[in-house]
Each structure stands twice: as structure tokens, then as C-alpha cells.
Design a protein around this ligand. Structure first.
Ligand code: PLP
Length: 390
């Protein structure tokens, strides 16, 4: 990290682990062939992709051919939602209007994709959350009907870090399904992987999204797990061409990126338990000290059902945008809990969905911790906050 600069935005992106960087190096110059080519150079690259795919499959508890590497988590979420709808619409016997249920606190890559699908005639229903940012399971049972083709609920929220009861949701959907394969269950587990077990069978998901750049891997790689259906695939591809990724996502594979992603996953899984405990202690330390230094500050989202690295705070009488700029000038990288463009912050849709006011939704900041965060950095941030928040 640069001297005098302190990074508290690990939910946005993580630095690449040096071991990951090392494993990627041969794929720039030495092993550079097109994995689709029949010759030695191609086969060498193809073997690297296969090795990475197999290692990821072992970690997630699935088969290697249930994994589709994409260019980002955004692409994987698009493939999940649009791919399922495209598949359903191609089935002649399905004349009913398809319905998708998504939680009201999803990332924009799910939310905006759903809104776009709405323009194509898909009904989108929003699953509400409690004041603590946890989805309402009773409401889910009420919303499920025979037109529901997909339910999408994220594992951990990117703004407030609340962790959703994924296995319970999967049980509810499974009970409703009876003998049908639908509704499918998609889970965006991008923010969860570093701290929570993401075994697809334990979670009971049919589709799951992950991202490399959030787990100390390179940018430009995401993945979608698609449970195999013995009869016919659950999704149709969005990108057609050379038929790579089992026909679900054409385009020459990002060999260095995929190799790096698999290594990042392996390291993150190994570090998971210890790192979750360490960050949870730092999180508690921060909150206890904040309570004394700024008593009016409030934690957004459930205090227990949350990621160990997420601290989302409401600072009364302090515009998040102003605070973030002042903190940045003082050397601290923190994120507003809202989408900002052209220096104007829209109230966070997550905090609004949790029932908070526009004022709270524009006066909250997200502080996310990671592998390089330590107590000293936390103390420095706390002093800066005491100085800069009103
Ligand atoms: N899903 C979640 C929960 C995220 O936090 C993010 C990124 O912040 C994404 C999806 C999209 O990731 P990317 O921008 O890498 O495609």
C-alpha cells in the first residue's frame, strides 16, 4: 500500500495476491496458445484451463462442466437471468408470462438486468427485506407461484454486508417445486466467498455467481455455476460463436485470468476461517471505539448476520459524499453507501429498501476491511472520522 494512504474499500476490489500473480506469469509469454487449437501450444493452454476448472469445481462441490468462466460477475449475473428467460421463451409449451423474484437489495447487475427483462414482458417481483437487511422468508412463500421461473437472492450484500439465509431459501423453493425443475434459484455470492462456505450442494443453489477481483484475484474474470439438468440445459447462451465454455459463453478463454482466479479461490478458501475471525475482531473493536468517539453514529444492517469485513455507518448531519472526499484528502479510501455520479449521490437503494429515510440513505458510508487492514489503520481511521464527521 502507498505510504500515507489507507484502503478501506475491499468490497469494491482487492489487490492481487502475490502467489496469484506468480501463477499467472507463464501465461503471458510461455503458455500463450489458443486453448481451442489442436497443436501443442493450444493443448498446453487448454490443460491449464482444465486444471483451474477442476480445482474450482472441487472447492465449490460441483462438476467441472457446470462452471462457465465469464468476463465479470456482471456478465455472469446477466447470463443467469437473461439465459434462463431466453431458454423458457424458446420452449413452445410455455405460453405463460414468466416471473422472476429478486430481493430488493440486489447489486445493480441483477437489479438493472431484471428491469431490462421487464421491458421484454417478464414480470419482476421484489422480495422485501427487514430493517436489518435480511430477506422476508414468509413473503417469499407468498410470492412463489407456478409462473415463477427464477428466484435471485444474493448471499451477502455489497453495501451493508448482511448475510442471507441461502440454504433456507433453497429449502422453501425446493418444497414449492414439487416435481418440477422450476423455479430455479440463483445466488450472487460475489461478496461472500472470502468469508463463507460456498459449496453449491450445501447452499442448494442452481446458479451461482462469483468474481475473481473480490477475492484477491485478477480483474476480468467471473464465473457462473449452472447445475446440470439431465434433460436439457437451464439456460441459453447470450454470446455465441466458437462454442467455448460448453457452448454457454463463446470467446477465447482468458487463460491467465482463469488460472489466477482458481489460485485466488484456493488461497481464499484456506485463509477463510482465520481471516473471518481476525476481521470480526477488528470490526467489533472499530464499533466499540466509534460508539465512544461519535455516539450518534449508527450501524446499518444486522449486527450479527453480516460479513466480518463490512462496517456501514450512518453519520447524522454528515453528507456521505462530503465525508468521503474529506477522508480521501486525508488519505483514507472509503465508499459512500450510495451510487454517486457527477458528484451527486442518489440515496442508496439498499438502505431505502431497509426502510431508512433519504437522509440516512445519503448520510451513510461503507468501510470494508481486508487482508492488509490492521488495528493501527483502524485507529487512524477512527481519529480521522472523529475530526471530519460532524
Ligand atoms: N455482485 C455483487 C454483490 C458485487 O458486489 C459486484 C461488484 O461490486 C458485482 C456483482 C459486479 O462485479 P463486477 O463489477 O466485477 O462485474
Amino acid at each position: 500500500m502507498k505510504a500515507g494512504r489507507y484502503y478501506f474499500d475491499y468490497a469494491a476490489s482487492t489487490p492481487v495476491d502475490p502467489e496469484v500473480e506468480k501463477i499467472m506469469r507463464p501465461y503471458w509469454h510461455k503458455i500463450f496458445g489458443n486453448p481451442g487449437a489442436l497443436h501443442f501450444f493450444g493443448q498446453e493452454a487448454s490443460a491449464a484451463v482444465f486444471k483451474a476448472r477442476k480445482s474450482v469445481a472441487d472447492i465449490l462441490g460441483c462438476k467441472y462442466d457446470e462452471l462457465i468462466f465469464t468476463g465479470s460477475a456482471t456478465e455472469a449475473n446477466n447470463l443467469a437471468l437473461r439465459g434462463v428467460v431466453k431458454n423458457i421463451k424458446r420452449q413452445a409449451e410455455n405460453s405463460k408470462q414468466p416471473k422472476i423474484i429478486i430481493s430488493s437489495i440486489e447489486h445493480d447487475s441483477v437489479l438493472d438486468t431484471a428491469k431490462d427483462l421487464e421491458k421484454e414482458g417478464v414480470e419482476i417481483t421484489y422480495l422485501p427485506v427487514s430493517k436489518n437487511g435480511i430477506v422476508d422468508l414468509k413473503k417469499l412463500k407468498e410470492l412463489l407461484d407456478e409462473r415463477t421461473v427464477l428466484v435471485s437472492v444474493m448471499y451477502a450484500n455489497n453495501e451493508v454486508g448482511t448475510v442471507q439465509p441461502i440454504a433456507e431459501i433453497s429449502k422453501i423453493i425446493g418444497n414449492f417445486r414439487n416435481l418440477s425443475a422450476y423455479p430455479l434459484f440463483h445466488c450472487d455470492a460475489v461478496q461472500a466467498f472470502n468469508y463463507l462456505d460456498c459449496n453449491v450442494n450445501d447452499l442448494g443453489v442452481d446458479l451461482m455467481t462469483l468474481s475473481s477481483q473480490k477475492i484477491y484475484g485478477p480483474k476480468g474474470v467471473g464465473l457462473l455455476y449452472i447445475r446440470k439438468n439431465p434433460e436439457a440445459p437451464f439456460i441459453k447462451p447470450l454470446i455465441t460463436g466458437g462454442g467455448q465454455e460448453f457452448g454457454f459463453r463463446s470467446g477465447t478463454e482468458n487463460v491467465p485470468g482463469i488460472a489466477g482466479f482458481a489460485k485466488a479461490m484456493e488461497i481464499s478458501e484456506k485463509k477463510r476461517g482465520k481471516e473471518a475471525k481476525r476481521l470480526s475482531e477488528l470490526q467489533n473493536y472499530f464499533l466499540a471505539k466509534l460508539k465512544k468517539s461519535i455516539p450518534s453514529a449508527r450501524l446499518n444492517g444486522d449486527g450479527r448476520q453480516r460479513l466480518p469485513n463490512n462496517i456501514n455507518i450512518y453519520f447524522q448531519n454528515t453528507e456521505a459524499q462530503d465525508l468521503i472526499i474529506k477522508l480521501d484528502l486525508a488519505g483514507f479510501a472509503v465508499s459512500p453507501g450510495a451510487a454517486c455520479s457527477a458528484r451527486v449521490c442518489k440515496p442508496s437503494h439498499v438502505l431505502k429498501a431497509m426502510g431508512h429515510s433519504d437522509e440516512r440513505a445519503t448520510h451513510s458510508a461503507r468501510i470494508t476491511l481486508g487482508r492488509e487492514t490492521n488495528k493501527k489503520e483502524i485507529d487512524l481511521l477512527l481519529s480521522a472520522l472523529k475530526r471530519l464527521a460532524k
